[in-house]
Each structure stands twice: as C-alpha cells, then as structure tokens.
Design a protein around this ligand. Structure first.
Ligand code: F0G
Length: 408
C-alpha cells in the first residue's frame, strides 16, 4: 500500500456512482463497479456476475428506540442474489477460478458459501463440490446448493471436520478451493464497506458490527476501510466489532484470555448454524482488525439472538439468526457504555430471513426458547412473539383473534 500512488478520490467516487446507471454487467454489479480496488483479473471478460451487491442500507427506527441508538442502520447483505453476503466474495473468486481455467471448484460450508458457490459456478458453466456437515445446516441453504447443481456431500462431522477433509481433497484433485481463506473472496467482500461509505457521502459510520464465524468477513471489511483511508477516500476508520454466539466463541475467549495471542478451538454449538464454527481460519486477521479500529468482541446467548432476530423481523426487514447476533451484541455493548447514543452505528445483516425459516417458525410458535435460559428477556420476548394460531374456518373466529391482537 505504501507504494501506491494516491488516486484522485473525487474522480473515483464519481466514476463508481456513474456506473450504477450503465447497462454493462460489470458496471451494474455492486462488486465490480469498484474494480479499481480489486486488481484480481487479467481480463474483465472473465467476470461471472449475478448483479450482486448494491444492497440496501435501511434505517432501523423501532430498534433505534429500544436500544437508545438514534442513528442505527442495517446494511442488508441478505438482499444479494443467493440471499447472503457470500455473493460479493464469490463473484470475485469464482471469476478468478474461471480465468485460471479450472473445471471444478469446492468449499466446505455452513450453507451460505455453498449456495453462493454453486450458483456462480453454474453461471460460469463450471462444476462445484460442496462439503457440508450432515444435519447441521438450514434446509433453505442445502436446497440452493442442490438446485444450482452442486455435487452436495453431507459429511457426518461438523463444519471444522468438513474443512479438514476438503484440505486433503484439494491436495489430491485439481479442484479450486473457494473457502473463505481464498484471498480473492476477501477482495470481493471489501465492497460492502465501499457501499456503506458511499451511502454516507464518504463519511464513515462510527461503528460497524458484524457476526463472527470463520472470521473472513470482519477481516475483509477491515481491509476495505483501511485501504479507503489510505487512498484518501475517507478520513477515518469506523470501529469494527465482532459478535459471536456463546456456544461458538473461540475469538471472544482468545481476546478475553490472552489478548488474541493464541486461539484455542472449541466444540461449537448454536442454533445460529451459519456461525457454528469452533476453529476459525481467519482469526488472526480479525484480531488485527478489532485492534486497529478500536472495536470489541462480544458473545451473546441463544435467547438474546432469538429476540434480536424477532426485533429485526418486526421492522419488516428480517434476517437469519447468525445476522441477528449483531443487534444482540449492540445491546450488550451499549449497556457496557462501549457504544454511545449519539454514534452512527451500522449492523451488517449477512443472510436473508428465508434462509432458515424453520428457526423463525419455531420462535413464533414458542418452541424455540424452551431449551434456553430466557431469564430477564421474558417480557421482551413475549412482546415480539406472535403465536401462529390454527382455527376452524369462520369469520367469527378470525374477528376474535383480530380483537385479541389489537388489544396487545
Ligand atoms: N453470517 C452468515 C449468515 C454466514 O453464513 C456466515 C458464515 C457468517 C455470518 C460468518 O462470517 O465466517 O466470515 O465470520 N458462513 C460460512 C459459510 C462459514 O460456509 O456459509 P465469517
């Protein structure tokens, strides 16, 4: 970076915005319109795109009231073509695999990476191999990998076990590895940070809160904000905080116990299956990003995740459980005085609510929380939970329910 000549920042900003009204596939992609900061392809003709990126940044007005954070926003990466933030990285890395002439690409996944990889591989006319932990991913994601034609192998192990097997497979077969350690995926996953800065007229928010699983996303976003500042596109860095589920918290533990010097893998356990990861590959990068930006790492309970997800849903936005850890984490950080009410905060929502509809249904039917310690959250949970009621078909029955609901 030290050797890069600083570009003309306002010319770049203008060019990136101008591309939004172009008809070319590369320009209409919210990843490739920033291609001056992604030096990864020799020939733009090799771009494989599904018009990813350019995702909405929603203001969360109700949640702002309940958290006391007035300027609260959600960058909804679940509004990507395959319903998760993975598309931004996948268009980048799959295009490279395509340019390099590979026939097969492969990943181990908790579901979203496999859905994205399968879709982009299919667009490029390539074959894809998916290793997922049997019974431990949401059905919506599994169905996507199948729908897009991936060879979908469900291994009797967890995500970390799938990664081990895949690392062996790629040594023995000519398949291109698309796990999040792939550096080109990180390049693509920088672009939501550019979109956020652009949306605020290049004034970065005070705080960006992201979920932590394999810890690639926090690393990519951190890299983007550091590069933007270095290139003179922005003047400061947001704090980047990473939130993990209590049952899948190796980064949280590492920072608590030894300041991020070493990381002890854990046996991961959480209903937020996307982040059920005990041995995250990119933990060192995530530690660096948290330290360089002055952010925090927190852990949240299963009940806190469920409540936060329902609150985001009640804004008409919706997300998958792994994304909701951001709001649960924000509440905790605000209680600890680590986020002030006047700060502008962005939550990164990583996946669409339809990715894991079983979870949502189980919550609203009152089945999900039975196993969890809900403690002091009970009143708030009662307010968000709406029973799905089965009735005999009559207008009287419906009107009775309507009256009951209006009284709540
Ligand atoms: N949120 C969602 C919805 C995810 O799918 C993932 C990771 C994360 C957050 C965590 O991001 O790993 O960069 O820290 N999903 C991967 C997958 C592991 O295979 O789909 P991270």
């Amino acid at each position: 970076m030290a050797e890069i000549r600083k570009p003309n920042a306002s010319a770049l900003r203008w060019l990136w915005k101008e591309r939004c009204v172009s008809q070319s596939d590369a320009d209409r992609s919210g990843v490739w319109r920033f291609r001056e900061l992604l030096h990864i392809l020799r020939d733009e003709a090799n771009i494989v795109s599904l018009h990813e990126g350019n995702t909405p940044l929603y203001q969360l007005r109700k949640v702002a009231k309940s958290t006391g954070i007035e300027q609260l926003f959600a960058k909804h990466q679940g509004m990507n073509p395959t319903g998760s933030f993975k598309d931004a990285g996948m268009t980048a890395a799959l295009s490279v695999a395509h340019e390099l002439g590979f026939e097969w690409v492969a990943c181990a996944s908790t579901g979203n990476t496999s859905a994205a990889m399968a879709a982009y591989a299919a667009r490029a006319g390539m074959r894809s191999l998916v290793l997922i932990p049997e019974g431990k991913i949401a059905w919506g994601k599994l169905s996507q990998a199948m729908d897009y034609g991936a060879l979908t192998l469900q291994l009797r192990t967890d995500f970390d076990g799938c990664v081990r097997v895949l690392n062996d497979v790629v040594k023995r077969a000519p398949v291109y590895l698309l796990n999040s350690v792939n550096p080109y995926r990180l390049e693509g996953q920088k672009t939501p940070a550019l979109e956020i800065a652009e949306a605020f007229e290049w004034e970065v928010p005070d705080h960006l809160i992201v979920p932590g699983g394999n810890l690639a996303n926090s690393s990519a976003l951190g890299k983007a904000f550091l590069e933007m500042k270095h290139l003179g596109l922005t003047a400061k860095l947001p704090k980047i905080s990473v939130i993990q589920a209590e049952g899948a918290n190796p980064l949280y533990r590492s920072l608590q116990e030894n300041g991020g010097e070493t990381l002890e893998p854990v046996e991961a356990q959480t209903r937020a299956s996307a982040i059920r990861i005990g041995n995250p590959a990119s933990w060192k990068k995530a530690v660096r990003v948290i330290q360089q930006t002055g952010g925090y790492c927190e852990q949240v309970s299963e009940a806190e995740i469920a409540l936060a997800k329902a609150e985001i849903g009640a804004e008409g936005i919706g997300c998958e459980p792994a994304s909701a850890v951001t709001l649960a984490g924000l509440k905790k950080l605000a209680r600890q005085g680590k986020v002030q009410s006047a700060e502008r905060v962005v939550l990164l929502l990583t996946g669409h609510t339809l990715k894991d509809s079983d979870y949502t249904i189980a919550y609203h039917r009152g089945e999900l929380l039975k196993a969890y310690e809900v403690g002091g959250l009970r009143p708030e949970i009662e307010l968000t939970r709406r029973n799905a009621v089965e009735l005999d078909a009559s207008a009287d029955n419906v009107l009775k329910e309507l009256e009951r609901a209006a009284g709540r």
